[in-house]
Ligand binder design. Structure first.
Ligand code: FMN
Length: 338
């Protein structure tokens, strides 16, 4: 029996047992991971970013083979046509078509604004959650009608903003009138308890779920997350052109050298630079081939709290047990003081 504060409104909103959502992560978060998380009582999420529409459909099928519980798909709402006449790119439109066709229960948006399709999502019975790294964007998303906002701090893995999670979460809670989830820097149950205590209705965890057998990726990548400490990641523009938190390695360090800076190409061509320089795609080198010294390996500062690769079902149980014990301790201190 977990602490009652862990039965949050998110559980009812999404029809899940625990207030833990596994973040949509390009490449890493596919059907086997999302299915395992949902089967274990959290909400699993497929990261559609690197997929074609048909590949996304196949990952959805894998989730449904594992469980009949709810799950999410994370889409990056990239647009084309400039600020005057923005339209979703054809990749995004393919992803949108598939989620409606497949009646996906929850849509998460990691980039941009899903505003133009929110009414249609709600009409289809879908919930919509959107990531933000600052309060200004949180207000914009809330005004667009999303069901909840996910406040992702600077400490988080992958593309991140400039505000630390500990400040961002309460600032976003104050700024919007929709429920808020916490993301970034949460690597164990103590972080979940802290997020709930600060007013979040749940958590969105990325890096912690990479270190599981169910995540897609080379064992060296997963092992590296368990090895690095609190200074083992860096926020770099090296691979994608936008600030992205990655495991620090020879490539990220070399990128900071003044000689290389002189040859940097403008966004979005940085990756072409790195690919030429390494003679291979840095994402494939890191995530698929396990070349941790040179590859692009997104991970958050929460790596410092992750010491072993463990199966999803065990992980969810451990996270809940630790979050519950942390809240119990505070409840007892409060009871003793009164
Ligand atoms: C490997 C990796 C890939 C990611 N890809 C995406 C993505 O495709 N879409 C997205 O919304 N967020 C993406 N993110 C960010 C996560 O959704 C999440 O906000 C972040 O991992 C939270 O911080 P944490 O890693 O400290 O838990 C990615 C993060 C990582 C570590």
């Amino acid at each position: 029996m977990y602490h009652p504060a862990l039965k949050t409104p998110l559980c009812e909103m999404l029809g899940i047992d625990y207030p833990i959502i596994q973040a949509g992560m390009g490449f890493v978060a596919r059907g086997p991971l999302a299915g395992a998380v949902s089967a274990a009582g959290g909400l699993g999420c497929i990261g559609a970013a690197s997929m074609t529409g048909e590949e996304l459909r196949e990952e959805i099928r894998i989730v449904r083979e594992i469980t009949d519980k709810p799950f999410a798909v994370d889409i990056l709402f990239a647009t084309t046509g400039g600020k005057q006449t923005p339209v979703f790119t054809s990749d995004v439109q393919d992803h949108i078509d598939v989620i409606f066709d497949e009646k996906v229960p929850v849509l998460a948006s990691g980039l941009g604004n899903p505003g133009p399709i929110i009414d249609e999502c709600h009409a289809a019975g879908m919930k919509v959650l959107s990531l933000t790294g600052n309060t200004k964007n949180a207000k914009r998303l809330a005004d667009s009608g999303v069901d909840a906002v996910i406040a992702q701090g600077y400490d988080g893995g992958g593309h991140t903003g400039r505000v630390g999670a500990m400040t961002l979460l309460p600032a976003v809670i104050d700024a919007v009138d929709v429920p808020v989830l916490a993301a970034g820097g949460i690597g164990d149950g103590r972080g979940i308890a802290a997020a709930i205590t600060l007013g979040a209705i749940g958590v969105w965890l990325g890096t912690r779920f990479i270190a599981t057998p169910e995540a897609w990726g080379h064992d060296n990548y997963k092992r590296r997350i368990t090895e690095i400490d609190d200074e083992g990641t860096t926020r770099t523009r090296c691979f994608s052109g936008k600030p992205c938190r990655m495991i620090q390695n020879d490539t990220t360090k070399a990128w900071e050298s003044p000689e290389l800076e002189a040859s940097i190409r403008p966004f979005p061509r940085q990756m072409a630079n790195v690919t030429e320089w390494l003679g291979k795609d840095p994402y494939m080198a890191g995530r698929r081939d396990g070349e941790t010294d040179i590859g692009a390996l997104a991970a958050g500062q929460s790596s410092a709290l992750i010491h072993e690769v463990k199966p999803v079902a065990q992980l969810i149980e451990d996270l809940m047990t630790e979050a519950s014990a942390t809240l119990d301790r505070i409840t007892k201190i409060a009871a003793a003081a009164s």
